[in-house]
Design a protein around this ligand. Structure first.
Ligand code: BJW
Ligand code: ZN
Length: 252
């Protein structure tokens, strides 16, 4: 079945919305060459177990393994670029009165595509800090012995991301929840919808009366509760959607 009528309806709703919430996950960066977490062949978790790497307990147990994993991912980010999906979301922000972009991604690609005020629920990979004194800017890659330690106090250096069991940045979560409750349309892009509290935002938006649209290459646990599910890569679907919003505005 063609997705065109569905895209047209979603575009009409976006064109008359006052407030739009966009929630993104790893899928939006997949076409930039950043592996997702849970996709069977390319996801990070297919090579490692989450609990071996993405918790503070794991880090304290095996700091060298965890630092190496994150340092490798930091190096990858220096080589990748935002894709058409990131750019389309930057464009969409200029077409609606209030757009709140909330991401679970730690790669900074939305900002590099030109998006402003991005609520980063799971932190930022490029910002490392000392686990003892909180000093930022230390490298995960030591010039001397491993593991990398803080030059001020000798504490271990960790990436500035949110691990399982850790609280999300207060302001980002507060902004995301407020935007969800007030949104007219919620676009949920490239997330498996498995990790909370981010995964609760679409249902929060729907409870507040929003029209919820999901864009993903596969169905997710969020799909049954979405008003519309567009199956396909976000790097293609998002630019098409933004073009459709422009058309509605030109026509109206
Ligand atoms: C495409 C595509 C293309 C592919 N186009 N699509 C309620 C219920 C149950 C559990 C909990 C709950 N509340 C809290 C929890 C516990 C836990 C949790 O959710 N566990 C579940 C897994 C069961 N949550 C937490 O611990 C959170 N903290 C918390 O709640 O703290 C409470 C607290 C309060 C006060 C004091 C102390 C504590 C923290 C969660 C942190 C998540 N961290 C990670 C790692 C970050 C570091 C790192 O980068 O290594 O964040 S986990 C990982 O998953 C990462 C991601 O941001 C996150 C979400 O993944 P995402 O983005 O959805 O990616 P994938 O791979 O899963 O999916 C990709 C999707 O894209 C797929 O659907 C594809 O089909 C699609 N796709 N190509 C479009 N081209
Ligand atoms: Zn320190």
């Amino acid at each position: 079945m063609s997705t065109r009528p569905v895209v047209a309806e979603l575009a009409r709703r976006l064109a008359r919305a006052d407030r739009v919430l966009v929630l993104t996950g790893a899928g939006v960066s997949a076409e930039s060459g950043v592996p997702t977490f849970r996709d069977a062949l390319t996801g990070y978790w297919s090579r490692y177990r989450a609990e071996d790497l993405a918790t503070e307990t794991a880090f304290r147990r095996e700091p060298v393994l965890v630092q190496r994993w994150y340092a490798e991912r930091q190096r990858l980010l220096e080589k990748v670029r935002p894709n058409d999906g990131h750019r389309a979301l930057t464009d969409l922000a200029c077409l609606v009165p209030i757009l709140t972009l909330v991401t679970q991604n730690v790669d900074g690609l939305h900002q590099r595509a030109g998006s402003e005020d991005v609520a980063e629920l799971h932190g930022r990979l490029s910002v490392s800090r000392c686990i003892e004194c909180g000093g930022v800017g230390e490298s995960l890659e030591p010039t001397g012995d491993l593991p990398a330690r803080c030059t001020d106090c000798g504490g271990l250096i960790r990436p500035g991301v949110v691990w399982f069991g850790e609280a999300l940045p207060e302001r980002a979560l507060r902004d995301a929840e407020a935007a969800a409750e007030r949104s007219d349309v919620a676009l949920v892009v490239g997330t498996s919808g498995l990790v909370h509290p981010a995964a609760a935002l679409p249902s929060m938006a729907r409870a507040g009366g929003a029209y919820v649209a999901e864009i993903n290459t596969a169905r997710t646990p969020l799909s049954p509760d979405a008003d519309v599910v567009l199956l396909g890569p976000s790097g293609t679907l998002l630019p098409a959607l933004v073009e459709a919003v422009r058309e509605v505005r030109r026509a109206g």
